[in-house]
Design a protein around this ligand. Sequence first.
Ligand SMILES: NC(=O)C1=CN([C@@H]2O[C@H](COP(=O)(O)OP(=O)(O)OC[C@H]3O[C@@H](n4cnc5c(N)ncnc54)[C@H](O)[C@@H]3O)[C@@H](O)[C@H]2O)C=CC1
Ligand SMILES: O=C(O)C(=O)CO
Length: 386
Amino acid sequence: MAKPISIEVYNPNGKYRVVSTKSMPGTRWINLLIEQDCRVEICTQKKTILSVEDIIALIGDKCDGVIGQLTEDWGETLFAALSRAGGKAFSNMAVGYNNVDVNAANKHGVAVGNTPGVLTETTAELAASLSLAAARRIVEADQFMRAGLYDGWLPHLFVGNLLKGQTVGVIGAGRIGSAYARMMVEGFKMNLIYYDLYQSTRLEKFVTAYGEFLKANGEQPVTWKRAASMDEVLREADVISLHPILDKTTYHLINKESLATMKKEAILVNCSRGPVVDEVALVEHLKQNPMFRVGLDVFEDEPYMKPGLADMKNAVVVPHIASASKWTREGMATLAALNVLGKIKGYPVWGDPNQVAPFLNENAPPPAASPSIVNAKALGLPVSKL
Ligand SMILES: NC(=O)C1=CN([C@@H]2O[C@H](COP(=O)(O)OP(=O)(O)OC[C@H]3O[C@@H](n4cnc5c(N)ncnc54)[C@H](O)[C@@H]3O)[C@@H](O)[C@H]2O)C=CC1
Ligand SMILES: O=C(O)C(=O)CO
């Protein structure tokens, strides 16, 4: 028999049972559920990644909705279990949902939510931080100081790359990629080259306007280019940041061949998903090219790194913290809870998942809608007017 899973319960007499597989930041999300007659159960098991069996035990015999995490494997088994328990809603506490088999959710009539928009700037800021940390060798220099090795200023000590006037390349210029591009263009006066399946007109207009502003002030204007292929970005950019979704078109997008296309002194940043990069090929490339640097927030086999990566001085590595600002994490929890609540209450789906601000205003009740349901169309769910 499976071991019982430890939980914390809020509003035990609530009509609807909502389970969160993890404790999430803030209390607004709990309060919003309680106010709408939900009993909220939060898993307190001391285990970072829950197994499918753990989650089946949490779902139990009666469960109206689950808030889950990107580390969990939401496929046929879990959606079947949720559906058997009467559940109609699941939300990832994440914008990326490559851990979710949406077809399986559709089959069982379960709505799948995600949390777009609230993490755009926070994630872009971490990508910018990794770009700077790699360019200016901040982690290496910090380790050097702490090791007591600094014995005076030297002309060659930790010389890195100047970003101003160089070219930033963005692969996947959606919400986060565009926000990152703007930061690097505006903050460091870098020229932009981007590759996406779709044109980012707003981003292009921004760079054009900023270039005109610089020119009017007697400075070198910044420029932009939409690349016809990813290779064009890899060849031309000095700093390349990856921001696409993970699907079969982006799996190992960066591999041995694409790494060889990049400049020898380029910087590669990944704040998307680990499998977008072939990490074994990356480790080999870092070994062969000591001037090539990388800033990684995500890894192919999280929580592990491929052998050799931890030894590379030209790699800056952080543990998937790109969305980890207090405001963002509390907002993600709120959006995830409201996705589940909206479906339980029979509310429509919000008309534009890019405009989630009304759900995040702590001083006003949220709209009666689910902020972002990715399979709304497949399930034929009604859409609210904004
Ligand atoms: N490291 C972290 O903590 C975080 C990681 N993420 C990851 O970032 C991803 C992007 O998030 P958003 O910008 O909000 O999503 P988004 O949907 O706004 O942007 C993704 C962009 O990738 C483009 N794209 C898709 N396939 C492509 C391909 N084959 N080649 C080039 N571009 C392609 C899309 O057209 C879209 O513009 C998420 O799916 C998630 O996996 C998001 C937040 C935090
Ligand atoms: O939202 C996501 O997709 C994440 O990776 C966690 O922030």
